[in-house]
Design a protein around this ligand. Structure first.
Ligand code: 4NP
Length: 156
């Protein structure tokens, strides 16, 4: 199993969106049984909550369901994930700090590093911007690029 973990701050807006979009793409490509896909937050503000209403609505608009319940990252996540995908550079630096002492550097990346033709680094946070569709478009581009990258790297 290839273990992919999406990470944002609260685990209610961006990373549950990426989890749902990436799961949908993996299913579409018939690879569902080869992946374990999850999302977490660096903070615990919303633990136990489903994805934000705006995230669930934009996903539904694109024919995608979300079953994510917010949880905070733990040491085991950092030890076991093959790909730890941060939504923004602040999440990335929090992850680098949280994983000190673990060999995570080559498993950590920003989602938009995989989005072809996208020059920005950070997925904008719709918790503040209110623009869930803009976030969806960037998450979709990053997720498609990430899946292509993993398929190539894993020979799938
Ligand atoms: P997320 O957005 O990291 O994309 O889930 C946020 C959700 C909640 C908060 C901040 C960002 N908050 O401060 O509660």
């Amino acid at each position: 199993m290839i273990n992919v973990l999406f990470v944002c701050l609260g685990n209610i807006c961006r990373s549950p969106m990426a989890e749902a979009v990436f799961k949908h793409l993996v299913e579409e490509e018939g690879l569902g049984d080869q992946f374990h896909i999850d999302s977490v937050g660096t903070a615990g503000y919303h633990v136990g909550e489903p994805a934000h209403r705006g995230t669930r609505r934009v996903l539904a608009d694109h024919g995608i369901n979300s079953t994510s319940i917010s949880r905070q990252i733990n040491r085991r996540d950092l030890e076991t994930a093959d790909y730890i995908i941060a939504m923004d550079s602040s999440n990335l630096s929090d992850l680098q700090y949280a994983s000190r002492g673990l060999a995570t550097n080559d498993r950590l990346a920003l989602l938009l590093d995989f989005a072809p033709g996208v020059s920005r680094q950070d997925v904008p946070d719709p918790y503040y911007s209110g623009n869930f569709e803009e976030t969806y478009q960037l998450v979709d581009a990053g997720s498609r690029g990430l899946l292509a990258h993993i398929r190539k790297e894993q020979g799938l």
